[in-house]
Design a protein around this ligand. Sequence first.
Ligand SMILES: *[C@@H]1O[C@H](CO)[C@@H](O)[C@H](O)[C@H]1NC(C)=O
Ligand SMILES: *[C@@H]1O[C@H](CO)[C@@H](O)[C@H](O)[C@H]1NC(C)=O
Ligand SMILES: *[C@@H]1O[C@H](CO)[C@@H](O)[C@H](O)[C@H]1NC(C)=O
Ligand SMILES: *[C@@H]1O[C@H](CO)[C@@H](O)[C@H](O)[C@H]1NC(C)=O
Ligand SMILES: *[C@@H]1O[C@H](CO)[C@@H](O)[C@H](O)[C@H]1NC(C)=O
Ligand SMILES: *[C@@H]1O[C@H](CO)[C@@H](O)[C@H](O)[C@H]1NC(C)=O
Ligand SMILES: *[C@@H]1O[C@H](CO)[C@@H](O)[C@H](O)[C@H]1NC(C)=O
Ligand SMILES: *[C@@H]1O[C@H](CO)[C@@H](O)[C@H](O)[C@H]1NC(C)=O
Ligand SMILES: *[C@@H]1O[C@H](CO)[C@@H](O)[C@H](O)[C@H]1NC(C)=O
Ligand SMILES: *[C@@H]1O[C@H](CO)[C@@H](O)[C@H](O)[C@H]1NC(C)=O
Ligand SMILES: *[C@@H]1O[C@H](CO)[C@@H](O)[C@H](O)[C@H]1NC(C)=O
Length: 473
Amino acid sequence: MRLWKGPDLAQVCGALWILLALVWRGLACPQYCSCNSTRIWCNLVDKGIVAFPVLEDSSLAENITDIYIANQRSLASINDDDIKIYTGLRNLTVVDSGLQIVSRQAFRKNLKLTYINFSRNKLTSLTKKIFRNLTLSQLLLGGNPFQCSCDLMWVKVLLETNSLNMENQNIYCFNDNKKKIPLFNMHIPNCGLPIVNVSTVNITVLEGNETTMYCDANGLPDPNISWDISQILSKSLVETAKHPALLTLKNITSLDNKRVILCVAENSVGEDQVSVELNVHFPPVITFIDLPTLDHHWCIPFSVRGNPKPTLQWFHEGNVLSETDFIWSKIHETSNNTIEHHGCLQLDSPTHLNNGFYTLRAENKYGRDERSISALFMKGPDDGNPITDPGFYDYETTSNDIGGTSTDIGTGVTSTDVSNGGNEDSITVYVVVGIAALVCTGLVIMLIILKFGRHSKFGLKGFVLFHSVSLET
Ligand SMILES: *[C@@H]1O[C@H](CO)[C@@H](O)[C@H](O)[C@H]1NC(C)=O
Ligand SMILES: *[C@@H]1O[C@H](CO)[C@@H](O)[C@H](O)[C@H]1NC(C)=O
Ligand SMILES: *[C@@H]1O[C@H](CO)[C@@H](O)[C@H](O)[C@H]1NC(C)=O
Ligand SMILES: *[C@@H]1O[C@H](CO)[C@@H](O)[C@H](O)[C@H]1NC(C)=O
Ligand SMILES: *[C@@H]1O[C@H](CO)[C@@H](O)[C@H](O)[C@H]1NC(C)=O
Ligand SMILES: *[C@@H]1O[C@H](CO)[C@@H](O)[C@H](O)[C@H]1NC(C)=O
Ligand SMILES: *[C@@H]1O[C@H](CO)[C@@H](O)[C@H](O)[C@H]1NC(C)=O
Ligand SMILES: *[C@@H]1O[C@H](CO)[C@@H](O)[C@H](O)[C@H]1NC(C)=O
Ligand SMILES: *[C@@H]1O[C@H](CO)[C@@H](O)[C@H](O)[C@H]1NC(C)=O
Ligand SMILES: *[C@@H]1O[C@H](CO)[C@@H](O)[C@H](O)[C@H]1NC(C)=O
Ligand SMILES: *[C@@H]1O[C@H](CO)[C@@H](O)[C@H](O)[C@H]1NC(C)=O
């Protein structure tokens, strides 16, 4: 009895599992369609679907990249929610079917869609809004009974500009006289791309001040205007309902210097945009100055902000410091949208004569700033020997990060120093090793002589013995 029952139970279980799997597969894939983990296809001629195939398990839908529907005469529409579960969908084909309506929101969740083939359906119109936010590489619309209208003008624009591989498609439309004409020949009055006009394309404004710019757009149908201020950090006030649309920026920050604002106009035919560059001017500020550090040369590091770029003038003990081959000012790096400059007053082999008070003055047409630092390069001749090699002051260097360049030069100097020190070290090592070798040789010779002296008969044997013993230990 028990032997009989065991295998029977296992068989029942197995069968149940197979059945479950079959039922599950059946449930998972819509009727009259076939599915695998990445693809759904419904192309049976005799048995047709009447609605867009929707997977019951939406977690499986995420992995579908390809939906292929063909010869489905009863499939008339793609509704708002039919496709939204297929978030990974790349290729959508609905061909030789009864498709008449594609809902405006249909593809709002299918941002990966790149290929759409709607050839030979029953589409009479198709608005551009459906494809908003998609980055399609191919859109196939041939063989549909479109009505000639301004709503279809965007397709003609695509054809004319050869976008999305539209060429060589047999796209046509029926005009008011029910005459079939190639879309290429469609002419609709008062239907065209918008043209944007802005009050200025290059705004210069003082930091902290405010500015207002205007944007208008011509086009029929009347286009919608919007500002793209995603790059802008300053406070903004947007008014797009009226003509012209306006944008006010308040308390403008210098961090917006060289940033770009877009004015975009859009109608059913297409869109146009114009960019506006912001130049934010402000008086110079010296934000950083510090004690000299030793790089390849001596460096008095500084950072200065200002737009337009300030002119720099150094003073030593109150006197204008004219730049020479031995003392010169250099900007190593410019950051923060070209408004922040980092650099050094560089000094080649300074002596005690270069000690003293250094002042930096930065100036542009809006004002000036000054900051000073006291520099001590070396002691006077009375206090000791003047040392001309700045390398000897290396250990006194305070570390200061001012731009990548100076740091690089700094390490360059350090590595030369290390290699010099390395040479001295290795000479010492050679001497020690040499002395050790001499002492050892002496000892060995002594031992041999001792052994040879004691056992002169077995001299050779003794020597060999000694040798092998020393090898063994
Ligand atoms: C799904 O089916 C398609 C076409 O039959 C095939 O190209 C693809 O490799 C299949 N994918 C998987 C994951 O089986
Ligand atoms: C979807 O694909 C990913 C990676 O290919 C896989 O890890 C995951 O299990 C799949 N999800 C489902 C529900 O099959
Ligand atoms: C999508 O369709 C294109 C064109 O038929 C094909 O080259 C591509 O391999 C398809 N991509 C996927 C993910 O099926
Ligand atoms: C397109 O994307 C933008 C922002 O990414 C969003 O505000 C807008 O609603 C989207 N449009 C559609 C039709 O999904
Ligand atoms: C679009 O689909 C139709 C019908 O399957 C096919 O004949 C055509 O080659 C497809 N177009 C492209 C570019 O894949
Ligand atoms: C654009 O603006 C300028 C000056 O504001 C004006 O002269 C011109 O007529 C405008 N062009 C269009 C097409 O609106
Ligand atoms: C914008 O104006 C600024 C200063 O007024 C000028 O330096 C810059 O070259 C101008 N840019 C363009 C694109 O005209
Ligand atoms: C802002 O700019 C206007 C016009 O250039 C000027 O009259 C005004 O003084 C500026 N305001 C400030 C706070 O700089
Ligand atoms: C303008 O912005 C600066 C900082 O960017 C802030 O300190 C100042 O209070 C602001 N002024 C006004 C009037 O909001
Ligand atoms: C213009 O904006 C209005 C309201 O935001 C919207 O209903 C309309 O569809 C938009 N038109 C276009 C062509 O984007
Ligand atoms: C840019 O400016 C901001 C604000 O003044 C400052 O916090 C930041 O450190 C600056 N960045 C660089 C790389 O100079």
